[in-house]
Design a protein around this ligand. Sequence first.
Ligand code: UP5
Ligand code: MG
Length: 190
Amino acid sequence: LAEKNPTVVFVLGGPGSGKGTQCANIVEHFGYTHLSAGDLLRAEIKSGSENGTMIQEMIREGKIVPSEVTIKLLQKAMQDSGNDKFLIDGFPRNEENRAAFEKVTKIEPAFVLFFDCPEEEMERRILSRNQGREDDNVETIRKRFNVFLESSLPVIKHYEARGKVKKIDAARPVAEVFETVKGIFAPKNE
Ligand code: UP5
Ligand code: MG
């Protein structure tokens, strides 16, 4: 995989910050393949895999699934896609995820999109989503927020220190957020 020198963009932000929504827009305009780590894990539960029960329990508790599991799913999805440009949405979620991904894949992200959004707005969005996700209840949402602050923000800090983070005000309407996102992906012909 690394020999192909793929372009990887990590798309990070709190639960409900709009990662999936904006990734769908980016795919449409810029030819990336969207890989949501959460979606891959949920598909793994549905497929009845031997890890399914463990993954389901961790998601219900808002906990971070062991890196090996998530990285395997991401690698397979990257290989199967045939593409060489990826939006990796919702991963890495902690320093261990980040270090393991680099070690295993030898891939460094081109940059990191960080969707910054206040907690009240994220909670409002998740509670009105209604897609039957087992983690979309007030109790689990609180846990997801805490894990984000404690474990995921340090990953963003890591990349910030390396000048790789493009922070976006994600509290605005979808179309406005995408205007900003477009400016980051659009080729600049100066
Ligand atoms: N919406 C979106 N943008 C909006 C806007 N600008 N204005 C108004 N509404 C907006 O959006 C959420 C909702 O808000 C939607 O209804 C949307 O229409 C609306 P969405 O785009 O779905 O936000 P997103 O950031 O993708 O929210 P999501 O809930 O998917 O984020 P999480 O990070 O919580 O979920 P994820 O699927 O990544 O992870 C779930 C769990 O899986 C984790 O808690 C963890 O347990 C596990 N996990 C791992 O263990 N490891 C991983 O690597 C990844 C996940
Ligand atoms: Mg999502």
